[in-house]
Design a protein around this ligand. Structure first.
Ligand code: GLU
Length: 304
């Protein structure tokens, strides 16, 4: 049997909070339980928003929680070539197209479409699906605009991609989705419309880099927050289009604040560093998220 491989994959675009602590601790506990490996991956493709200071803080926070991970840590910003190669295969298969519409143009298009009282379809995050205009542009126009240096994003032609794969998609979830979906879950990537796969100046997007990295790192178990449950449908489609292995999934509950809202990186109150500064112990953090964590941190117990 192959060794199970788990990963915690934060983005250093804000400080980690209690929700991240739960995800990291749960990954670590599940890896230990399964006799598996635990990896940390830094998802920093958004180089405008990710900073080295926040990355350092992630290492400090996780070490304080007592977690130990394999090194070297994979930092996505060092692997754009891998994503570019995957993108190239999608371009060659003609299942991605360059989209030129600006945010303003998209907003205007949708406002216009909704003017007669009909609502434009929204994705699971509530964002309107991308209009079909760019997809219909002739190849000569696309080439010209790209050559002229216009900004663009590579989008998956969802219809063409689904037809290309041509079979139903599923994933196994030992956790659950927002509506209690669990077990073998049917994937419906079409609810996202033509998602961004890469940009002119950045040959990667979250969806592309996450599936490429999970495959390259041999990740067998993806344990992450329920907010990414529906995104898994896109990941399953990309895995099939790129011929990548399919991990098992476990989407866990989100830690909510007292008002029942999702914790956010911008609200400092439940930041791990703030909790530590206020005298909270790793054991307290464990109690706050419902996991058993020794006061001196997890890995110390593992070594005993
Ligand atoms: N980097 C993502 C985040 O911080 C998580 C990606 C994943 O676990 O697939 O939300």
């Amino acid at each position: 049997m192959t060794t199970p491989v788990f990963r915690f994959a934060p983005s250093p675009n804000g400080a980690l909070h209690l929700g991240h602590a739960y995800s990291a601790l749960l990954n670590f506990a599940m890896a230990r339980e399964a006799g598996g490996r635990f990896l940390l991956r830094i998802e920093d493709i958004d180089i405008a928003r990710c900073t080295p200071e926040l990355e350092e803080q992630i290492y400090r926070d996780l070490a304080w929680l007592g977690l130990e991970w394999e090194t070297p840590v994979r930092r996505q910003s060092e692997h754009f070539d891998d994503y570019a190669e995957a993108l190239e295969r999608l371009v060659e298969a003609e299942i991605v197209y360059p989209s030129f519409m600006s945010r303003g143009e998209v907003r205007a298009y949708i406002a216009d479409a909704e003017a007669d009282g009909q609502s434009w379809p929204r994705d699971p995050d509530g964002a309107p699906l991308f209009p079909p205009l760019d997809k219909e542009r002739p190849a000569s126009e696309r080439r010209r605009r790209m050559e002229e240096g216009e900004p663009f994003a590579w989008r998956l032609d969802m219809e063409a991609a689904m037809a290309h794969w041509g079979r139903p998609l599923f994933w196994d979830d030992s956790g659950s989705g927002p509506d209690g979906e669990t077990g073998s879950v049917p994937a419906r990537p079409e609810v996202w419309g033509d998602v961004v796969i890469a940009r002119k100046e950045m040959p990667a997007s979250y969806h592309l880099s996450v599936v490429v990295d999970d495959a390259l790192q041999g990740v067998t178990h993806v344990v992450r927050g329920r907010d990414l449950f529906h995104a898994t449908a896109v990941h399953r489609l990309l895995q099939e289009l790129l011929g990548l292995p399919v991990p098992a999934y476990h989407h866990h509950a989100l830690i909510l604040d007292e008002d029942g809202r999702k914790l956010s990186k911008s609200r400092g109150d439940t930041g791990i560093a703030a909790l530590r500064a206020a005298g909270t112990t790793p054991g307290d953090v464990g109690r706050m998220v419902g996991l058993e964590v020794p006061d001196e941190g997890f890995s110390h117990q593992a070594r005993r």
